[in-house]
Design a protein around this ligand. Structure first.
Ligand code: FEO
Length: 183
């Protein structure tokens, strides 16, 4: 008896997303190595933790496909892009990567609606919410660097920024959770 509860198209699309999350993990790992090599250990630590989050996302896709009777397939993962030239380019790259990922998450939501695959639609809502968090986190990086002086930041403000990011949590607070007391 066929126990697969995913269409072939959905199985492939979810598997592609699993590979995309592994690629994202490699991108952030490579940015982390770049930052570490430049002496920004706090920023590197932040990026390494983010790389690990992406890895966790890929595992969620893997588990879901298996749970629904499908078989995920690990593909060749493209090489990460060249090292950034500056912290601005690094943080802009993180933001752009998250926005691109949101686009592919939305495509999966679209496909689940087209197929009336409500189980997958439900599964994908976690990622829709996660992308709000991750885009906010990436946007906060850009804001923090801007406040520190952007590419003209002094060594002292970069030192403080590096230290701040060492301790920055992996999750950004969401608007949905905000109240008057805790804006
Ligand atoms: Fe797995 Fe940053 O999205």
């Amino acid at each position: 008896m066929n126990t697969k509860r995913l269409s072939n198209a959905m199985e492939k699309a979810l598997s592609d997303q699993m590979n995309k999350e592994i690629h994202a993990s490699h991108v952030f790992l490579s940015y982390g190595i770049w930052a570490d090599d430049k002496g920004y250990q706090g920023i590197a630590n932040f990026l390494y933790r983010h790389a690990q989050e992406e890895r966790n996302h890929s595992i969620k896709f893997m588990e879901y496909i298996l749970n629904r009777g499908g078989k995920p397939k690990i593909d060749a993962i493209p090489a990460p892009p060249a090292d950034p030239e500056s912290l601005t380019e690094c943080f802009d790259g993180v933001f752009k990567h998250e926005v691109d990922n949101t686009t592919s998450i939305y495509r999966l939501v679209d496909l689940s609606m087209e197929e009336k695959d409500w189980a997958t639609w439900n599964f994908m809502q976690w990622f829709v919410q996660e992308q709000i968090e991750e885009e906010t986190l990436a946007k906060n990086l850009i804001d923090k660097l801007k406040i520190a002086g952007g590419d003209r930041a002094t060594d002292e403000s970069l030192f403080t920024l590096d230290k701040t990011l060492q301790e920055t949590p992996n999750d950004a607070p969401l608007a949905q959770e905000a109240t008057g007391e805790k804006p």
